[in-house]
Design a protein around this ligand. Structure first.
Ligand code: SF4
Length: 409
């Protein structure tokens, strides 16, 4: 019998919920194959029932979703997806590392940490013109969102931040959504980013609260939540997700989704990354993530957060076209275009275009990005942002090293 892990429905405001979740006990988890399978429910629940937007999911409910037989799981995810989104559209985003490496943090999956010996080449903050040139190129190739990642622990109020604000203004002037992942930000810094026109701030939770300390010791889970709160309060939409394949249990993964789904409103963008095990990082020997693990994570994220853009992020180079198609069926509606994600490899634009053509799908057109509404809702979608992490064994050249989902933030 699956037990209810979080004792009471989460009714308090968003960040009270999150703090409570971050200190709650999470039941020890068993290997996936030994967990009891839930009974099929998709034949008895109406589309309206499954497409409800909620913020009070229990871990037991989430486990039942995640462990459902794949046909039931994908059917339910499709019901939710079609109630809120165009199932044949995928948002194309481009991610650029604007400052690479030499990061003082110790995120165990990240080759950009100064603590690990990887072949990554350190780069200072790029020139604004160079960044805007890359954004223009990405727009002309079909991307509607341009994400800029800097390997900083936190934003500092200096000239580099002023330059990032100029980059944000420039990207918006190109008619694109602008997303940034710069590490921790204060409320004042978030307001300056919002004034510059930033559409979304990426800051990943990476994993569940209980496992978090196994992969990062230089900042706390609550630090991350506070940055998300600062961005939300400034009116910037949120991009937050995590990485699968770091040695976490099933419950750890699902606890992360529970924290995200407890936010009201949900993050507009939820990147799901497969670890890229990069040589020189503590994760270098992690085995590749099973394709169906990604499918289950994406379907579960879609069901819990119906209006969010669920972003199939790092790890796509290791996925077959068929696995990616299954992820789209499971509700993924955003990917990163281009052959590099910060420092990790990514399928090139030609392969993505061919894949979408083959599937009869199309890139999402650009347009305004409405923030999600708080509280229950079942209206039509829109959302934002994305992020990347490492995927399976991509250990070799420096450009092929992995990274965090848009550096964990
Ligand atoms: S994930 Fe981000 S914060 Fe962590 S080491 Fe990498 S660049 Fe630094």
């Amino acid at each position: 019998m699956l037990s209810r892990v979080f004792a009471s429905p989460l009714e308090e405001p968003l960040f009270l919920n999150i703090v409570e979740l971050s200190v709650s006990h999470i039941a020890p988890s068993a290997p996936l194959e030994t967990l009891p399978r839930p009974e099929s429910t998709s034949r008895t629940e109406s589309s309206a029932d499954v497409a409800q937007t909620r913020h009070d999911w229990t871990l037991a409910e989430i486990r039942d979703i995640y462990l459902a037989p794949i046909p039931d799981l994908i059917y339910r995810a499709q019901q939710v997806h079609r109630a809120h989104n165009d199932p044949n559209e995928v948002q194309m985003c481009t991610l650029l590392s604007i400052k690479t490496g030499a990061c003082p943090e110790d995120c165990a999956y990240c080759p950009q940490s100064a603590r690990y010996k990887t072949e990554l080449e350190v780069e200072k903050l790029l020139d604004t013109e160079l960044v805007l040139h890359a954004a223009r190129k990405a727009r002309d190739a079909g991307s509607t969102r341009f994400c800029m990642g800097a390997a900083w622990r936190q934003v500092k109020d200096n000239q580099d931040f002023d330059r990032v604000l100029d980059m944000v203004r420039g990207v918006r002037e190109l008619g694109m959504e602008a997303c940034a992942t710069l590490g921790m930000v204060t409320a004042e810094q978030a307001e300056r980013l919002a004034e510059a026109g930033l559409t979304a701030y990426n800051h990943n939770l990476d994993t569940g609260p209980e496992f978090y300390g196994e992969i990062i010791t230089t900042r706390t889970y609550d630090d991350r939540l506070q940055t998300l709160q600062a961005a939300r309060k400034a009116g910037i939409t949120l991009c937050s997700g995590g990485i699968v394949g770091m040695g976490e249990s099933v419950d750890d993964r699902l606890a992360m989704l529970q924290v995200l789904a407890s936010m009201d409103p949900h993050p507009e963008s939820v990147p799901i990354n497969a670890l890229v095990a990069v040589e020189g990082t503590p994760m270098e020997d992690r085995p590749p993530v099973e394709p169906f693990t990604m499918v289950r994570m994406i379907a579960t994220a879609r069901i819990l957060m119906p209006l969010s853009r669920v972003r199939l992020s790092a790890g796509r180079t290791e996925m077959s076209d068929e696995t990616q198609a299954l992820c789209f069926l499971a509700g993924a509606n955003s990917i990163f275009a281009g052959d590099k994600l910060l420092t990790t490899p990514n399928p090139g634009e030609d392969r993505d275009r061919r894949l979408l053509d083959t599937l009869g799908m199309r890139p999402m057109a650009g347009g305004p990005v409405p923030a999600q509404q708080g509280g229950s809702s079942s209206s039509c979608c829109s959302g934002s942002c994305g992020s990347e992490a490492g995927s399976s064994k991509a250990r070799s050249s420096k450009v092929e090293s992995s990274t965090s989902p848009v550096h964990g933030g």
